[in-house]
Design a protein around this ligand. Structure first.
Ligand code: C2E
Ligand code: MG
Ligand code: MG
Ligand code: MG
Length: 288
């Protein structure tokens, strides 16, 4: 007799459960029309080299103004992954980001990269690299200006992931590991693939002021990134105190202190202020 090791689980009917499943259904159904209705947009958040105050890139962050109102990516991305629309949505974000890059390049703006978040499901699609390549040629953007942000979750299929990473490296796009330090196997992720950028999660930065232990951990992760030959980005810098503390390291900062994610036209205004007075931003946040 086979032993039943699986614990029995009971799901009690609850209004909360019903609410969340209705909400999920609403999102799933609203997602079907979202691309066609032009409900998505991309916001851009600058990444700043702390040693110089130079904007070296922007992270592209998806925004959805849906028939249900504004729904944050933390809510709709998991649903899009589940219902499969992540493929078309993700491709749209990539194209949109590259088109924006192309416009900035044509305007003669300084070279920057744009970092695009790609979910594991989208990344592990065997045609992903081909799609990226097609978008780069169509928009006439050099591969090195595009950075793909993945998380350790792509490691669920290490063989596929390793192959795709190689294809992307051949194309010349950069690869970042996002939310480093939050998962179970962050070290495993950077051990198995060669990355260009290590993005340290906000949660690791939040506690450093006032905690020597947190600071020791953060400093060690920064060192790890550098020893791996990667650029290090610290996410979620919100205060001047945090920025000042981070300036002693040769790293890149991203966070509300510098700018919230903004539509391209507004992001450009912030960018221009940083071009005018790169040092100024270390004395007071730029208001926009
Ligand atoms: P992420 O890639 O780690 O992006 C950083 C998130 O932190 C963004 O939230 C950004 O708005 C927020 N953030 C930046 N600076 C600060 C700060 O100083 N303080 C605080 N409290 N938050 C800050 P957002 O835009 O809501 O995105 C959440 C997550 O959704 C992203 O986390 C990413 O995992 C996912 N996401 C966003 N856009 C896309 C996309 O186009 N495709 C995919 N697959 N995922 C996306
Ligand atoms: Mg990201
Ligand atoms: Mg992150
Ligand atoms: Mg994330």
């Amino acid at each position: 007799v086979a032993k039943n090791t699986k614990k029995e689980s009971y799901e009690f009917f609850s209004p909360e459960l019903l609410d969340s499943s209705i909400r999920k259904q609403e999102i799933t159904s609203a997602l079907q029309q979202a691309l066609g209705n032009g409900e998505f947009s991309v916001h851009y958040q600058p990444q700043i080299e702390l040693s110089s105050g130079r904007v070296i890139g922007f992270e592209a962050l998806l925004r959805w103004n849906s028939t249900l109102g504004a729904v944050p990516p933390s809510e709709f991305i998991p649903v899009a992954e589940e219902c499969g629309s992540i493929h078309s949505i993700g491709e749209w974000v990539l194209r949109e980001a590259c088109e924006q890059l192309s416009v900035w390049r044509q305007e003669g703006r300084p070279d920057v990269h744009v970092s695009v978040n790609v979910s594991a499901k989208q990344f592990l699609d065997l045609e992903f690299a081909e799609k990226v390549s097609a978008i780069l040629s169509a928009t006439d953007v050099p591969a090195k200006c595009l950075e793909i942000e993945i998380t350790e979750s792509v490691m669920i299929d290490l063989d596929t992931a390793a192959g795709l990473v190689e294809e992307l490296q051949d194309i010349g796009v950069k690869l970042a590991i996002d939310d480093f330090g939050t998962g179970y196997s962050s070290l495993n992720a950077v051990k198995n693939i060669q990355i260009d950028t290590l993005k340290i999660d906000k949660s690791l930065v939040d506690e450093v002021l006032g905690s020597d232990r947190s600071m020791a951990i953060l400093a060690t992760i920064i060192e790890l990134g550098k020893n791996l030959g990667a650029d290090v980005v610290v996410e979620g810098l919100e205060t001047l105190e945090q920025v000042d503390l981070m300036r002693q390291y040769e790293i890149i900062g991203q966070g509300y202190y510098f700018s919230r994610p903004l539509p391209a036209d507004k992001a450009v205004r912030v960018w221009d202020k940083y071009l005018e007075q790169p040092e100024g931003l270390f004395h007071a946040p730029i208001l926009y």
